[in-house]
Write a protein of this length. Structure first.
Length: 202
């Protein structure tokens, strides 16, 4: 009887541990870049969203730097979303972003709203900002959230620093070479034009 009870107790304890582990994993706050993978032509523009996921306690402030390959892409613009308040209103939120660098872009915002006001604005998962890139040259550029960047921080609605527990996922952008078929077609059309021009001169 004691052996049966011990086995049942061990099974129950194991189940509780498993459930708690699953729960902690599913509710771990993460930062992601969306779309995770994309392809654009040279000079084409791409909007990438910086999303926070499973932020059950909300977000009250953040300071995030995204790195990219400046030989492949250039960052042309960024826009903070309104989930921490209106940064155009000094009494609502402050835009503390340092902005666009050669191979990075920094976005940073501090909300001045109350916890109840932030809770009304935010769902567990939402976009913090939109960043616009432009293709420059052929290649693949990783987009990475730099966890080693100076000032990197994520703070909850209640003021708790959760930076160390936040997971991050980057993205990649492919800028292909012009199609060989298109180049061949252009060459063929140029040849046709040349032949037609010669016939007209005769």
């Amino acid at each position: 009887m004691i052996k049966i009870f011990t086995k049942k107790t061990a099974l129950i304890a194991g189940a509780i541990v498993a459930v708690s582990l699953m729960s902690s994993q599913s509710w771990a706050t993460s930062l992601t870049l969306n779309p995770a993978a994309s392809s654009i032509s040279g000079n084409e523009f791409l909007d990438v969203f910086v999303n926070v996921n499973d932020a059950s306690d909300g977000i009250g402030a953040f300071n995030i730097t995204i790195n990219f390959d400046e030989n492949i892409l250039t960052c042309v613009d960024f826009q903070l979303m309104d989930k921490l308040g209106d940064y155009n209103d000094p009494g609502s939120a402050w835009d503390l972003s340092t902005g666009i660098g050669i191979n990075s872009v920094n976005i940073s915002e501090l909300s001045l709203l109350s916890s109840s006001e932030l809770s009304a604005l935010q769902e567990p998962s939402f976009a913090l900002a939109k960043i616009t890139f432009q293709g420059l040259h052929n290649g693949i550029s990783p987009l990475a959230i730099n966890e080693s960047a100076e000032g990197y921080q994520v703070v909850t609605n209640g003021g708790t620093d959760i930076t160390s527990s936040v997971t991050t996922n980057g993205a990649s952008v492919y800028v292909p070479e012009p199609s060989t078929l298109m180049l061949s077609l252009c060459g063929f059309l140029s040849l046709v034009c040349l032949v037609v021009k010669r016939k007209k001169t005769k």
